[in-house]
Design a protein around this ligand. Structure first.
Ligand code: ADP
Length: 545
C-alpha cells in the first residue's frame, strides 16, 4: 500500500520560489567583480533567474544540457544557477584556478553547450574557446559597458540577456532525480572526474546543511560563503540560505584577509565558511590590524584539517564558534560536522577542543564505516583506523560517464580515499589521505596530526609532512615549514615543540624551511609536488644509522 501524500518533487528552483515569496526583501549583497558593492534581494534574483531561463529556453537549451560557469560568488552566479536549473539544464561549475588545459579537458568531457563567465576570466576564455567546439554561446557576466574586448565568439553581455525578455516564464516540470549540477573533483591522481548532482540530492543536502547541529542556519543570519560556488556547491549555502531566507553576502573576486574581514563587519555577517588557508590569512590580518569581529557567531572550516590553534584563536580571542566540517565533492559535499553533543559543553575547554578538532559526526543521511584492506568493518572505538566508506542520498553512486568505477561497490559504499577513525560517540577523525599516509616500519603515521600541531608553534604560518625514503624504516616523516613573516624558528625549536605532543616514533627526522607550500585549486596542500621536490632528500638520520 502506498502512502497518500502529495508527490511534490524536490526541485532546486522551488527554493528560489520560496525565498522570493516568503523572504523577498531579504538582501543579497555582493562585492561585484566590477568593483562596487551591489545590493539586491531574493525577489529580484527570482525574477532575473526566470529571465535567464527564458533566454536560454528561447535559444534552444534544454533538459540535460550542460552549461558551464566560470565565476566567483556573486548575485549573477546565483541567478544563473537557478535559471539553468529551472529549464532542467545542468549548471557545471568550472574552477578558474585550474590550468587552461584542465579547463579544456573538463569542458569537453562535459560537452558544455554554453559558458557564463566573469570578466576577470575573459583572457582565459579567449584562450580556451577555440578548443571547446561544443560551446555555442558565451555570456560575460556583466553589462554592455564592461563587456571584455577579448576575442570570444558568440559573446553576449549578461545584462543584455536579462533585458531581452521578461520574467513571465513557467519553470519546466520534470522528475526530482533529473541532473541539476556537475562539478569535477580536482583528481590529484588521474584525470578530473565529474560528480553529477540531482535536484533531489541538492534539495535534501540543503535541508541537511541547515540543521541546528550542522550549520544551524536561521532567517536572522547574514551568511558569507567565502567558499566558492565552484568548490563543491559552496558547501550547500547557495541552496540552504534561500531555504531559510538568510541574508547572503557574496565576496566576488576578493578573497584576501582584509576584503573578507571588511565584509564580515560592514554586512554584519553572523556565519561564514571557508577552507583553513583563507582563515590563516584572515587571522594574520586581524592580528596585525587589531580588528575584532563583533557580529560573527559561527565559522565553518573544512576542505582540509582545521588546526587546533585556529579553533582556539577564533573561539577564545574573537568569541566565534568554530564548526569543523569534513566532506567531498562526491558527497554534495557535507559529510560530518563537529558540533558538540550533549554534555560536552560542560567538559574543560581543552577536552572540548579535542572533540572540535575531530572532523565531526554524521548528520542524518550520511552512513559511514571504516574498513581494513580486506574490506572488513573495523570497530568504532576511536583507535582502529582504516579506509573510510560512505553512502547516502546526497552521495554519488558513480562518476559522470562511468569513470572511476573502482571507488564504488555493489552496495553503493563509496570509498572516500581517506583514512579515519570512528569513535563510540560517532565522531570521525581523518588521519590522512590514503595516498599521503607515511608507512614507517609497517606502522602508519598521521601526517595531518603532526601538521596541525606544528602550526600551533607561534612562528609557523603553514606546515606539511611528507614521507621520505629511509633504508631501514621504508619511509620517515619530513616536516616542511613556512614561517610567519618576520618570525624565526630553528629545526631544534620545532622538534622541541613537538616533543611530548606526539609519539616518539612519529617525530619528523628532519625539518626544512620553504617560502611557500603549493596548493591545489581547492586550497589543499599539494603533497604530490612536495614529494617530487623532496623525492631525493637524504634524511640526516640515515647517516646516523
Ligand atoms: P578536491 O579533491 O577536488 O580538492 P574535495 O573538496 O572534494 O575536492 O576534497 C575532499 C577531500 O578533502 C576529502 O576526501 C579529505 O581528504 C579532504 N578534507 C575535506 N575536509 C577535511 C577536513 N576537515 N579535514 C581533513 N581533510 C579534509
Amino acid at each position: 500500500m502506498l502512502g497518500q501524500m502529495q508527490d511534490w518533487p524536490l526541485l532546486v528552483h522551488k527554493l528560489i520560489d520560496h525565498a522570493a515569496l516568503y523572504h523577498g526583501d531579504r538582501e543579497v549583497v555582493t562585492r561585484s567583480v566590477e568593483g562596487p558593492i551591489h545590493r539586491t534581494n531574493y525577489r529580484q534574483i527570482h525574477g532575473r533567474a526566470k529571465r535567464i531561463a527564458k533566454a536560454l529556453d528561447r535559444r534552444g537549451f534544454q533538459l540535460g544540457d550542460r552549461i558551464g560557469t566560470l565565476a566567483w560568488n556573486t548575485w549573477r552566479h546565483l541567478e544563473t544557477w537557478y535559471g539553468i536549473a529551472g529549464i532542467g539544464a545542468v549548471y557545471h561549475t568550472l574552477n578558474p584556478r585550474l590550468f587552461p588545459e584542465q579547463l579544456v579537458y573538463i569542458a569537453n568531457h562535459a560537452e558544455d553547450r554554453a559558458l557564463f563567465f566573469d570578466i576577470t576570466f575573459a583572457d582565459i576564455v579567449a584562450k580556451i574557446a577555440p578548443k571547446i567546439p561544443s560551446i555555442k554561446l558565451y555570456v560575460a557576466m556583466t553589462d554592455r559597458e564592461h563587456l571584455p574586448k577579448a576575442d570570444i565568439p558568440n559573446l553576449v553581455a549578461y545584462e543584455d540577456l536579462i533585458a531581452e525578455g521578461d520574467d513571465d516564464f513557467t519553470w519546466k516540470d520534470f522528475d526530482e532525480n533529473t541532473a541539476c549540477g556537475l562539478c569535477y573533483t580536482s583528481g590529484t591522481t588521474g584525470n578530473p572526474k565529474g560528480v553529477l548532482y540531482s535536484h533531489r540530492s541538492n534539495v535534501l543536502h540543503g535541508f541537511i546543511a541547515g540543521q541546528a547541529d550542522a550549520m544551524g542556519l536561521r532567517n536572522v543570519d547574514s551568511i558569507l560563503p567565502v567558499v566558492p560556488m565552484f568548490h563543491a556547491n559552496a558547501w550547500a549555502l547557495a541552496f540552504a540560505a534561500p531555504m531559510t531566507g538568510a541574508k547572503l553576502v557574496m565576496p566576488g573576486a576578493k578573497l584576501d584577509g582584509p576584503s573578507i574581514c571588511e565584509l564580515l563587519t560592514t554586512e554584519k555577517v553572523t556565519m561564514t565558511a571557508a577552507v583553513p588557508t583563507v582563515w590563516l590569512a584572515a587571522l594574520q590580518y586581524l592580528e596585525q590590524s587589531g580588528t575584532m569581529l563583533p557580529h560573527l557567531k559561527r565559522v565553518l572550516i573544512g576542505g582540509s584539517a582545521c588546526p587546533r590553534s585556529m579553533i582556539e584563536t577564533f573561539e577564545k580571542k574573537y568569541g566565534v564558534q568554530v564548526v569543523h566540517a569534513w566532506g567531498m565533492t562526491e558527497m554534495s559535499p557535507l559529510g560530518t560536522l563537529g558540533t558538540l553533543k550533549v554534555g560536552m559543553d560542560e567538559l574543560p575547554y581543552e577536552k572540548q577542543l579535542d572533540y572540535k578538532c575531530k572532523q565531526g559526526h554524521a548528520p542524518f543521511g550520511v552512513e559511514m564505516k571504516i574498513v581494513n584492506d580486506e574490506n572488513d568493518e573495523l570497530p568504532r572505538d576511536g583507535k582502529a583506523f582504516g579506509r573510510l566508506k560512505v553512502r547516502g542520498p546526497c552521495i554519488a553512486k558513480g562518476y559522470f560517464r562511468g569513470e572511476g568505477k573502482d571507488a564504488f561497490d555493489e552496495d553503493d559504499w563509496f570509498d572516500t580515499g581517506d583514512v579515519a577513525t570512528l569513535d563510540a560517540q560517532g565522531y570521525m577523525t581523518i588521519t590522512d589521505r590514503a595516498k599521503d599516509v607515511i608507512k614507517s616500519g609497517g606502522e602508519w603515521i598521521s601526517t595531518i596530526e603532526i601538521e596541525n600541531l606544528a602550526v600551533g608553534h607561534p612562528a609557523v604560518a603553514e606546515a606539511a609532512v611528507i614521507g621520505v625514503r629511509h633504508p631501514k624504516w621504508d619511509e620517515r616523516p619530513l616536516l616542511v615549514i613556512v614561517l610567519k613573516k618576520d618570525q624565526n624558528a630553528t629545526k631544534e625549536d620545532l622538534l622541541k615543540y613537538l616533543t611530548g605532543r606526539i609519539a616518539k616514533w612519529w617525530m619528523p627526522d628532519d625539518v626544512v624551511f620553504v617560502d611557500e607550500i603549493p596548493h591545489t585549486a581547492t586550497g589543499k596542500i599539494q603533497k604530490i609536488i612536495l614529494r617530487q621536490r623532496f623525492g631525493d632528500y637524504r634524511l640526516p638520520t640515515i647517516a646516523a644509522e
